[in-house]
Design a binder for this molecule. Sequence first.
Ligand code: 6PG
Length: 254
Amino acid sequence: MSKPNIRVFSSLEELSWAALTRFEELIGLEAKEKKRFSVALSGGETPKVLYEILGSEAVSIRIPWHDIHLFQVDERCVRPDHPQSNYRMIREALLSRAPIPDPNFHRMPAEWPDRQRASSHYAEEIRRVLRPKEGELPRLDLVLLGMGADGHTASLFPGTPAVDEQVLWVRENYVEKLKMHRLTLTLPVLNAAAEIIFLVSGDEKAESLREVLEGPMHPEKYPAQRVQPVQGQVSWFVDEAAARLLSRVPRSVS
Ligand code: 6PG
């Protein structure tokens, strides 16, 4: 596992534009090799700025969406039009504004009453699109992750069962502290990715970001520490507010 690459930006806006630059670099590289590019999108607030930039007319017209397959990292078990739905946020910021072919966005059906069936359905969708070899894990080209102030990522919250899942690619996870059911990609799938970019912004993340990046390994407390791609690169795109307690990174680079 290569050492994480940490980049500090003056604002969430700057961080998001830098993430777009990396996204386009990766698409360019992949397009030369194998055409299809796969990316898994997190929910929450932080990535919304990037998705809005991606959905803007100036940017979206230059992205080869027909070669890109978009997945969700996780989803709240609510209706897709619910205010808390990650899909709703992604649809409003990106899908409703960019010329993305419908079959290229793979929505996590977290509202299905049978969450196990929803999880296996989504895993089969991933298999159908990424076509891993028999017995191998699907390799996403890029995963965009966030991190909560408690060190969770995806819907892998400290002390919840899905954090320890080593077989299923997608599974449900009940988050007691939120009194909420979620569906989430699991660590085997995340850690099979070619590139992972954490987008972290805000003062309230500073403490946990220092613990995750500079503290001792404490993966039960900080699931984000368990994101260590086997053959992949992890980058942390953080703003100055979130980075204020870090001691070993260059100050704002832009
Ligand atoms: C979710 C996300 C989650 C998110 C973190 C950070 O469904 O909420 O996938 O893992 O990335 O909670 O959320 P913010 O970006 O809103 O701080």
